[in-house]
Design a protein around this ligand. Sequence first.
Ligand code: GLY
Ligand code: MN
Ligand code: MN
Length: 357
Amino acid sequence: MTASDRLAEMLRLSPKTGVVIHDPSNIFYLTEGYAGEGLVYITAERRVIITDFRYVEAAGKAAPAFEVVVTSHDRQQTKCVAELCAADGVTELRFESNYLPVDAFEKLRAAVGEEVSYVPLKQAPQTLRQVKTPAEIVTMRKAAAITSEAFEAVLAKIHPGMTETELRLELENTMYRLGAEALAFDTIIASGENGSLPHAVPGSRKLQKGDMITMDFGAKVGGYCSDMTRTVALGEPSAEMRKVYQTVLRAQAMCEAALAAGKNCFEIDRLARDYIDSQGYAGRFGHGLGHCVGIDIHEDPRLSPSCHDTLKAGMVITVEPGVYLPGIGGVRIENTCLVKENGSEPLTTARKELVVL
Ligand code: GLY
Ligand code: MN
Ligand code: MN
């Protein structure tokens, strides 16, 4: 079954219901590969990409099962939707109220008409995207393999005097050489005391002996992301940072081992939080334990104190505890993992024990 068929089935679309999709990640998912601009219109019977001249050929190639309707200067997107709705006798239009700006929605309603009822989609495509298909998992495995390999390759390049920015370039170039089509997000490199900043921006700080260096990076392959973090030591780290590392490693391994279909997200998060607190680092792990990954780098559900969703087989989720000590440094270890019926499998395969360079 195609992704758009799954959506039509999930929404039990009646012949008079139309769906418009504006979120590029949902468009990519539902068309199974169209990454250009425009929007998608779906009914029980029809699959349409509405776009402009620049993307017509790409749309036809990426999504052969979709009709392509081309906009022009006097026939803009909303007019195309209005024409399709009129032709199909649509009386109810579902739309992404979480994504479409109010102005854009008002323009759509003005074009399509007041007599049609407008119903929020309530993130139905995102709900479908939570559980990955076997084909999506194959792609995500490739993306994760690139990051694991890039990590091993870059270790040989790390040396005192290298700046965080230079290390970032090494990592990113290596990922591209290994087959990344894009980066999944802005690479984080945090060395020495910068390690206490969970989302540090790499800068001109030079690496020095005794530093712990956190690298958080991801590749995009076939439109899907990977996400991994490793912290390594350049020279012998302090006893304190060794203890921090062992604490984070234990929390990460414990939570990865606890992942399985049927488990509750907040319970997995609590495992890490309780353990880290018990080691004397209460308040030093201030972010959630993880998040699902897919077409977007951050997807639901989350491993966090406020997420009470149940894990399902086929979800791909990160496990990324960290401990951050302002003025001293920090450690984070992150794997992207596939949730299975009776456990989980790390798609990130790089070693996790402390590497001292
Ligand atoms: N790189 C962002 C994250 O790990 O969520
Ligand atoms: Mn990350
Ligand atoms: Mn992450």
